[in-house]
Ligand binder design. Structure first.
Ligand SMILES: [Zn+2]
Ligand SMILES: [Zn+2]
Length: 163
């Protein structure tokens, strides 16, 4: 059945110097994948793509997965940047033989990694970093060119299954 998962991420951003920080349209999300019948598979999603790529399990390799980003809402408020993403994916029950675990709609230990891009006004070069569920927080990020703080993650991304 078709499921929708909402993911909300927030980063605290210092006012200056302006690094034009923005969420890229790429993210990795753990999903219980009925195609390779493994729980907690890292699935690569790209905004605008009509399918995703499941990392599969070792020798079974990568494969296309029935998942896509259906909403991607960026917002800025009070020194924070936010991203609200909805991922639609097809879910069917199965039993993971290797882990001896039943699949769940929201995988048991949901995990996400968001990618971000920025532009350094000092060096006039672009840069990237990522924010993910299992970071130790607060997790500050500095510009890879001029070393000033450009963002800080204070809370892990949140997950909510939509009806
Ligand atoms: Zn898979
Ligand atoms: Zn910089």
């Amino acid at each position: 059945m078709l499921q929708s998962l909402e993911i909300t991420a927030t980063l605290t951003v210092p006012e200056s110097p302006f690094h034009n920080l923005h969420w890229s349209g790429r993210l990795e999300l753990s999903i219980d994948c009925f195609i390779c019948e493994r729980t907690g598979r890292t699935t690569l999603l790209e905004k605008g793509a009509e399918r995703a790529v499941c990392s599969g399990s070792g020798r079974d390799g990568k494969h296309y997965a029935a998942a896509r980003i259906s909403a991607f809402d960026r917002g800025t408020a009070g020194g924070e940047i936010r991203l609200g993403t909805v991922v639609d994916f097809w879910w069917a029950p199965f039993h993971d033989a290797k882990r001896d675990a039943a699949a769940t709609v929201l995988t048991r230990y949901p995990w996400v990694r968001h990618h971000l891009d920025y532009y350094c006004p000092e060096s006039m070069e672009s840069g990237t970093f990522s924010d993910q569920t299992n970071f130790v927080r607060p997790s500050p990020v500095s510009c890879q060119h001029c070393s000033v703080p450009i963002a800080e993650s204070r809370e892990a991304p949140r997950f909510r299954l939509l009806a």
